[in-house]
Design a protein around this ligand. Structure first.
Ligand SMILES: *[C@@H]1O[C@H](CO)[C@@H](O)[C@H](O)[C@H]1NC(C)=O
Length: 347
């Protein structure tokens, strides 16, 4: 099987800071080099911090949950706040200067000799989906802190050409407010002020949740969370693979070249009501059948996009190459009124 890393999905409306993701391999290489300079002391640091402490911390974060028996940390929930506090203490332990921004993102800055040079950002999210795996998000935050801690201990900090900032984003999954990337979009400066008025299932607004946690966010103050692009050199994130590809080909690591953007559509198929027994086949308009055909067509479109390209090899402005990683799925159908002998079906 050929390893194909998904390309940026063509229908991507989401532009965010997280578009550039590179693997931890860069850090381990740096650290190996610096450890090698120091001989056996370096090996010890490598084992103690990059392996043992990192794994222990990921496991510790994995136990901080709002739910009994499984991992769940939604935006600014009590468990999220405990996780944020713990992460902040680990950042301080690694020599980072820490603060929490208006959207609850936890930041830690590792100074370099030139403090005005553009910073390298490294981060991931501290919230989780419901019944999450313990590596999702946590790994990126903990690995970044561990890498910097080694730089502090082996005296390499002074040799860094630019400051490094670790950010633990407060919301990536969007479980609580059904709106993804609240944390990183505030940092990217693309979170609109109106988002503060979105409410969760219990009716409490984002702004109120922030206030309950002593975070005063207003439309004006949101701007303060933004990083000016000129102050940033790059962004990298270590993340567990969320698909099965690397494992299936036996690769321990991969470098991501793009990230999937997503478009969610709710489609209504209308038919016409008729008696199941008396409407002849040629006069029927059964939407369930039309829906099934649409689903099969969609599947086929994503499996063989080349067969759907127009004569000029373009598809609505997307080239053959850009369609290579296209994926799709239909996850939910409901029909109404769901009668076996009368049909008027919608989904
Ligand atoms: C520090 O970084 C700034 C911004 O990149 C640059 O203009 C300046 O020359 C650097 N200073 C030194 C001493 O390298």
């Amino acid at each position: 099987m050929a390893l194909s890393v998904p390309k940026i999905a063509p229908f991507s409306p989401i532009y965010r800071l997280k578009t550039l993701i590179v693997s931890i391999i860069i850090f381990t290489t740096f650290i190996f080099v610096s450890c090698a300079e120091r001989g056996s002391g370096g090996d010890e640091l490598y084992r103690e911090i990059l392996r043992d402490e990192t794994v222990a911390r990921i496991k510790e974060l994995g136990k901080i949950s709002d739910a009994e028996g499984y991992l769940e940390r939604t935006f600014l929930s009590p468990a999220s706040m405990r996780a944020a506090e713990l992460i902040q203490s680990w950042m301080q332990d690694a020599g980072l200067k820490t603060w929490v921004d208006q959207m609850g993102n936890v930041h830690g800055r590792f100074e370099a000799a030139n403090s005005t040079a553009e910073a390298l950002l490294i981060g991931s999210h501290l919230d989780t989906v419901i019944d999450a795996g313990m590596y999702d998000g946590s790994m990126g935050v903990v690995c970044a802190i561990s890498a910097l801690k080694v730089f502090k201990l082996n005296g390499m900090q002074g040799k860094l050409q630019r400051p490094v900032e670790v950010i633990a984003f407060s919301d990536e999954e969007g479980v609580r407010f059904q709106t993804t990337f609240l944390g990183s979009s505030a940092v990217a400066g693309i979170l609109s002020g109106s988002a503060l008025q979105i409410s969760d299932k219990s009716g409490i607004t984002l702004q109120e949740v922030l206030r309950e946690n002593s975070l005063e966010a207003t439309e004006e103050s949101l701007v303060d969370a933004k990083y000016e692009p000129e102050s940033i050199w790059g962004y990298i994130e270590v993340h567990i693979e969320q698909g099965p590809v690397l494992e299936s080909v036996g690769y321990p690591l991969g470098i991501v070249k793009g990230i999937a953007g997503q478009t969610r559509l709710k489609v209504t198929v209308k038919g016409s009501q008729g008696h199941a027994g008396t409407v002849p086949m040629f006069m029927r308009q059964d939407p369930m059948v039309a829906s099934a055909e649409l689903i099969v067509l969609l599947e086929s479109l994503c499996k063989h996009p080349e067969s759907f390209l127009a004569y000029d090899d373009q598809c609505g402005g997307f080239t053959r190459e850009s369609l290579a990683g296209l994926v799709c799925t239909v996850g939910e159908i409901s029909c109404w009124p769901s009668a076996s002998n009368l049909f008027l079906l919608l989904y």
